[in-house]
Design a protein around this ligand. Structure first.
Ligand SMILES: [Zn+2]
Ligand SMILES: [Zn+2]
Length: 345
């Protein structure tokens, strides 16, 4: 089969690889229909993710059809259409039982990281019963690819951890796919204002279309001064960090109102200064999280009920044969205006 393989920092190619086999009775082999590229895949290619070894097939998002189910899989059988979660969860360990499947002792975020991923014709999914979701008959499969990772990530790590509430003021630093996913799902809670901050005017225009009440271009304005001006010097109740660089986290520290919550989503590669000399008396909460995907079934229902339209995040289409072009397009989002790319297999 064809597969996109990571060969060490800066190196990837579309290779011929054997079709994966069932290794444990709880595994399923899924024939991929649709997959996509995540910002995290770009981090892997930069060499930022030490757990991902050269030779690994990348990808942790997608949909497909069960090709083979192991003898221990009871919820799915060959021919079932499934949504693949970026988190593989055994459902039995201490962490899984606490709902913290991202830290599953027998899984977690391993797909396209510690085991071969979804940017291929077939993938082996461990703990299939608790890591796959059935796709409703009339579902828009491309839209559902957004539920493998980015929508639950934006929602759980940003909106839920950030305690977005009716009437509250929310700022989201970073209008990439994850920041936009947080923007879409924050609206479940009818906050009074959602202010998006980014350096890219196109992404800010998309954010306004998606429901941002105001936008700040940090390339031309000081986001802290602008937010203080917009909020009458009060700051925001929720500041969601959706970039993963020191400057954006420090912006969150500088705009958070007393009693507010800073919810970090970004993948940070270097240390960030924590200004406790300012924050110690401000009753603020700072949260971090890796997505658990516990909200995927709920998000699936909201998509099916047309309360949420994740298809809006899809800007480009490719095939597995042209996945290297897809990486080029996704990797140069400032010029290509790419958000999420769909790769049909
Ligand atoms: Zn991802
Ligand atoms: Zn577990």
């Amino acid at each position: 089969m064809k597969a996109l393989v990571y060969h060490g920092p800066g190196q990837k190619s579309l290779d011929e690889r054997p079709v994966p086999e069932i290794q444990h009775p709880t595994d399923a082999i899924v024939k991929i229909s649709k997959t996509t590229i995540c910002g995290t895949d770009l981090h892997i290619l930069k060499g930022d993710v030490a757990t991902c070894a050269p030779g690994r097939i990348l990808g942790h998002e997608g949909t497909g059809i069960i090709e083979k189910a192991g003898s221990g899989v009871t919820s799915f059988r060959a021919g079932d259409r499934v949504l693949i979660s970026c988190i593989s969860a055994c459902g039995r360990c201490d962490y899984c039982r606490r709902g913290m499947t991202s830290h599953c002792a027998n899984g977690g975020w391993i797909l396209g990281n510690q085991i071969d991923g979804t940017q291929a014709e077939y993938v082996r999914i461990p703990h299939a019963d608790t890591s796959l979701y059935p796709i409703p008959v009339d579902a828009d499969e491309e839209a559902l690819v957004m539920l493998s990772d980015i929508l639950p990530t934006g929602f759980e790590c940003g909106v839920l951890n950030g305690k977005v509430a009716p009437g509250s003021i929310v700022a989201i630093v970073g209008a990439g796919p994850i920041g936009l996913a947080a923007l879409l799902t924050a609206q479940f809670y009818t906050p009074a204002e959602i202010i998006m901050i980014d350096l890219d005017e196109n992404r800010l225009a998309v954010a306004r279309q998606f429901g941002a009440t105001s936008t700040i271009n940090a390339a031309s304005a000081d986001p802290v001064a602008e937010i203080l001006r917009l909020t009458g010097n009060r700051g925001v109740d929720t500041a969601i960090e959706a970039v993963g660089v020191p400057a954006s986290f420090i912006t969150c520290e500088n705009i958070i109102a007393p009693g507010g919550t800073i919810a970090n989503i970004g993948v940070h590669g270097v240390k960030v200064d924590l200004h406790l000399e300012k924050l110690w008396s401000q009753n603020v909460t700072i949260t971090t999280r890796l997505v658990d995907t516990m909200t995927t079934p709920m998000l699936l229902k909201t998509v099916q009920a047309k309360k949420l339209d994740p298809r809006q995040l899809i800007t480009h289409h490719f095939t597995l044969g042209t996945i290297l072009d897809a990486y080029e397009t996704f990797g140069h989002a400032a010029t290509t205006q790419a958000l999420k790319v769909i790769i049909s297999v």
